[in-house]
Write a protein that binds this ligand. Structure first.
Ligand SMILES: NC(=O)c1ccc[n+]([C@@H]2O[C@H](COP(=O)([O-])OP(=O)(O)OC[C@H]3O[C@@H](n4cnc5c(N)ncnc54)[C@H](OP(=O)(O)O)[C@@H]3O)[C@@H](O)[C@H]2O)c1
Length: 280
């Protein structure tokens, strides 16, 4: 176990946002497996209770759940602050995130764009700012803490057809890197995690292979990078893919991200996902 984890093991808890599925759930379980209690924050109460019960039974850790919809504005954070009052939070994982539209679209073509703009920014950006605002002060008092923020490979360059999502992930990456510099000397580590494809609902539960990781594998590998790097693709496979993608110039890359090519790839994967979901 890395020092950074040992340093938060004295009765302190951690918080994961978007903790009932996908990467967030995998982080929560992996951190519990490594001996930490957990506060799970997410949208669906039944799913929160189920994940909490799993963690308590499998890992013998204490849990607390907070039901919240992060597409709402800053008004939700007073309640989160009150719910967390008195808990020593050693690790914050800002995981929650969403795409502005299910399918790749040009900016103005996103369905319900007038509502979805605020919702996406609230969920992907405001949540990171406010959760950090809420929890960082108590970390500073204890002079130790770890904040892990889920950005994405799509925050490395503009990804047309997923532009609002891509731009929101640039924000998360920049904020994390800057915050790390600001608070490193105060005992706070901030890590920006930039995965490529992880098999979750967001990616239509794609089959896993050497390119596409399962959330469990991903969280395990990504947590092992804490203390070594404050900006990472999270796992070896994704780091190599990211390196390769960086070598492709925009003039070759951008034409591949058209509605037709992306649409075809998405549609095939999505068709299988919807079929599997129906069969369950
Ligand atoms: N999957 C990938 O390939 C990939 C790649 C790069 C980066 N990422 C980033 O990794 C993070 C996690 O992605 P994921 O693929 O694991 O997502 P996911 O499978 O869609 O899971 C999202 C989780 O967030 C919760 N959630 C969604 N909207 C919420 C809201 N408005 N309020 C509260 N909770 C909400 C969901 O809870 P309920 O379902 O219970 O409501 C669920 O627990 C995101 O920030 C994403 O951008 C993912």
């Amino acid at each position: 176990m890395r020092l950074i984890f040992r340093s938060v093991l004295n009765g302190e808890k951690y918080v994961v946002t978007g903790a009932t599925d996908g990467i967030g759930k995998a982080y929560a379980r992996e951190l519990a497996r490594r001996g930490l209690d957990v506060v799970l924050i997410s949208r669906t109460l039944e799913k929160l209770k189920k994940v909490a019960e799993e963690i308590e039974q499998e890992f013998g850790r204490k849990t607390k759940v907070i039901q919240v919809d992060f597409t709402n504005g800053s008004e939700i954070y007073q309640r989160i602050k009150e719910e967390l009052n008195g808990l020593e939070i050693g690790i914050l994982v800002n995981n929650v995130g969403m795409k502005i539209s299910e399918d790749p679209t040009r900016y103005l073509d996103a369905p319900n764009i007038d509502q979805m703009l605020d919702k996406t920014i609230n969920c992907n950006i405001l949540s990171v700012l406010w959760m950090t605002r809420t929890i960082l002060p108590q970390m500073l008092q204890r002079k130790k803490g770890l904040i892990i923020n889920l950005s994405s490979e799509v925050g490395n360059r503009p990804y047309p057809m997923s532009l609002v999502y891509s731009a929101s992930k640039v924000f998360v990456d920049f904020f994390s890197r800057g915050l790390h510099v600001e608070y490193k000397s105060k005992g706070i580590t901030v890590q920006s995690v930039m995965p490529l494809l992880v098999s979750t609902d967001m990616t239509y539960k794609m089959n896993t292979n050497i390119f596409v990781k399962s959330p469990e594998e991903f969280a395990r590998e990504a947590l092992n990078t804490v203390g070594y790097t404050n900006r990472t693709s999270g796992c070896l496979s994704h780091s190599l893919q990211s390196y390769g993608l960086d070598l492709i110039p925009d003039s070759i890359f951008n034409p591949l991200l058209t509605k037709d090519t992306l649409g075809n790839v998405y549609n095939n994967v999505k068709k299988d996902y919807l079929k599997n979901k129906k069969e369950k």
